[in-house]
Design a binder for this molecule. Structure first.
Ligand code: GDP
Length: 175
């Protein structure tokens, strides 16, 4: 029959990374809001919903931000419980934000959650003049840590939707 439901299944996706790497901007893009070059460190949006069709199903990704908290352990347990995909974001113009990925990764490994679905996001690739972490370095790290690698720009929108489409499709295949 006709599928009238808004969505068939909902999955929680958690964005992790240093402050100012672009987590809020990724959410804003997904929510259809304009890019803001000037938002600075904001009180993040808790989550946005994005319905993505995969084959005959409508997948609702509920995309959560961690509100700029560096220390994953200080984030309430409710934040990461039942997470199905972890999106680790860094800013390619900021080496420190790349080094912090290792720590975020260790922290999620310590939660004992199913962390099979991990994505490494090299954001702000539009700022090529100021790029400090090259693609090769990012890809190598992702490969070594069983993460899927994406290069994105919230300014141009490059690869942002593709990232979440990939996550939705991976989750459908897994379940
Ligand atoms: P958050 O703290 O991780 O949520 O980061 P925000 O989304 O608040 O972004 C921090 C700053 O970086 C803001 O001024 C954004 O406009 C800017 N920004 C985010 N993504 C990009 C991007 O892909 N390219 C450029 N040029 N700036 C970005």
């Amino acid at each position: 029959g006709v599928n009238n439901k808004l969505f068939d299944v909902k999955y929680k996706v958690l964005l992790l990374g240093d402050t100012l790497v672009g987590k809020t901007s990724l959410q804003r893009f997904i929510a259809g809001k304009d890019f803001r070059p000037d938002i600075g460190s904001t009180i993040g949006i808790d989550f946005v919903n994005k319905i993505i069709p995969v084959e005959k199903s409508k997948i609702n990704l509920q995309i959560w931000d961690t509100a700029g908290q560096r220390n994953f352990r200080t984030i309430g347990k409710n934040y990461y419980a039942s997470t199905k995909a972890f999106v680790l974001v860094y800013d390619v113009t900021n080496e420190e934000s790349f080094h912090l990925i290792q720590q975020f990764n260790q922290l999620i490994e310590q939660t004992g959650l199913d962390i099979e679905r991990r994505y490494l996001i090299a954001n702000k690739i539009d700022l090529s003049q100021n790029r400090k972490v090259d693609e090769e370095t990012g890809r190598r790290f992702a490969l070594r840590n069983s993460m899927t690698y994406f290069e994105t720009s919230c300014k141009t929108g490059e690869n942002v939707l593709e990232l979440f489409e990939q996550i939705a499709s991976d989750l459908v295949r897994q379940h």
